[in-house]
Design a protein around this ligand. Structure first.
Ligand SMILES: [Zn+2]
Length: 165
């Protein structure tokens, strides 16, 4: 059986904060994302899409924003943990897509780099794209960035698994 999930995330940009986004460091960016972890909206949206497809809830439910263990955790570390948890439940990721919504950074030049890092974290193909909102709203005004993601998962019953049963 297959199942799809959707995830959305947004975080505030703050000047002078190092930017980590889409699993990459962006040392030339003037502002970074503020969050309980690293604020990587691309990784977080992917986490929620994968958890939703597996019926395991969302990031807040799984990790808890009050849990100090995950304070400052990288988005890629969260993504790796999410995939490990859905695997325990019998699911594997088929593919995922994620779209960054914001003015900065310019993702195009590093798109394949981001896809490689995120794809390695979930052990499946990830397609990363980006868009802007024509100057509208918090992403258009540069107050923050957002991301929306989908993921397709496949559930392999124990009897079909290699060495299962
Ligand atoms: Zn987040």
């Amino acid at each position: 059986m297959s199942a799809i999930g959707i995830g959305f995330d947004a975080h505030r940009l703050a000047a002078g904060v190092p930017l980590r986004l889409a699993g990459l460091e962006w040392p030339d960016e003037p502002a970074g994302l503020v969050g309980h972890s690293d604020g990587d909206v691309v990784a977080h949206a992917l986490c929620d899409a994968i958890l939703a497809a597996a019926g395991l809830g969302d990031l807040g439910a799984v990790f808890g924003t009050a849990d100090p263990v995950w304070a400052g955790a990288s988005g890629v570390a969260l993504l790796t943990e999410v995939v490990a948890r859905v695997r325990v439940a019998g699911w594997s990721v088929v593919n995922a897509t994620v779209q960054l919504i914001g003015n900065r950074p310019q993702l195009a030049a590093r798109r394949s780099e981001a896809e490689t890092v995120l794809g390695a974290a979930i052990a499946a193909r990830v397609c990363v794209s980006a868009t802007t909102t024509d100057g509208l709203g918090f992403t258009g005004k540069g107050e923050g960035v957002a991301a929306i993601a989908t993921a397709l998962l496949r559930w392999v019953p124990q009897s079909e698994g290699t060495g299962g049963g």
